[in-house]
Design a protein around this ligand. Structure first.
Ligand code: A2H
Length: 253
């Protein structure tokens, strides 16, 4: 971990109504899974959200109307960054686990898919970001392999109560071209490195290293209002747009 703070964008993934019965205490609120990302320009390619099944989350009041589902650690950090109904004091309306979140239908900013679902990922760290991750399998090797695991393994879906229709209809969407890697860089690198599952940590680290820098320095946007523009130039524009339209917030840790 570096000494400099990491500047994330939190993406507000809105939980669609009707809420499940367990969400009773949140009735009348606007509820979001808030995902920390370093790649706001990839949000067009979102196919789902990731949660840690055994992870501990809470529903925290951000202001009078909005509630974020995140880890307690992230809620405390946010409270010190002016995102809490009561300044510097997180208010938890209810505790939740990842299991409670799996299958929630979501509307997420910029996504080409109108509705996406919260799905299990076993490698989420609870001491980074919010513990919620948005999934862009075209450009993130971790996301590609976790979605691949769910698609390829019916027993894995069954174990976590994941319905086929939350997974199977979601194709890998080409959103960024990288000269050496094509239009679905994460897929290509995972296949080239013969990665078998989301648990192959070292190979996935190598896949991330290969795609991350290249995507930033040589990538070109294929979709959205900045199609044709370099990733490097589109990234700050999309970050600002997400924040100014209230679809995202700045978060550092
Ligand atoms: B990134 P860094 Cl398209 N546990 O967003 C595991 N991973 C987490 C996390 C957590 N608690 N919180 C955030 N992340 C992921 C998009 C993306 C990301 C793309 C490509 C690469 C990429 C879509 N997923 O990250 O250790 C989030 O995934 C490559 C590392 O702080 C976040 O950005 O550098 C990134 O890891 C932050 O990781």
């Amino acid at each position: 971990e570096g000494v400099l703070p990491q500047e994330y964008t939190l993406i507000k993934m809105e939980v669609l109504r009707p809420f499940p019965p367990k969400f009773g205490p949140l009735e009348g609120k606007n509820v979001f899974l808030a995902a920390a990302t370093l790649r706001p320009e990839t949000m067009y390619g979102q196919t789902n959200a990731w949660v840690l099944p055994d992870g501990e989350y809470g529903a925290y009041e951000i202001n009078e109307t909005d509630v974020f589902v995140i880890t307690g650690r992230a809620a405390l950090n946010l409270a010190y960054q002016n995102f809490s109904r009561i300044p510097q004091k997180p208010t938890c309306l209810m505790e939740l686990t990842g299991h409670d979140l799996i299958g929630l239908p979501l509307r997420s900013p910029l996504s080409c898919n109108e509705v996406i679902y919260a799905l299990p990922m076993l490698t989420i760290l609870t001491d980074k970001g919010t513990g919620i991750v948005t999934s862009v399998p075209s450009d993130a090797p971790d996301d590609y392999m976790a979605l691949h695991d769910l698609k390829a393994k019916p027993a894995f879906r069954a174990k976590y109560g994941v319905k086929d229709e939350w997974v199977m209809p979601f194709e890998i969407l080409p959103i960024i071209n990288i000269p050496e890697f094509g239009d679905k860089a994460a897929e290509k690198v995972c296949i080239d490195l013969k990665i078998k599952s989301q648990n192959e940590k070292e190979k996935l680290a190598e896949a991330k290293r290969l795609t991350y820098l290249r995507g930033f320095t040589e990538g070109t946007m294929l979709v959205g209002e900045y199609a044709g523009m370099k990733v490097q130039e589109a990234k700050p524009l999309l970050r600002t747009q997400l924040i100014e339209t209230g679809q995202g917030i700045m978060y550092s840790e």
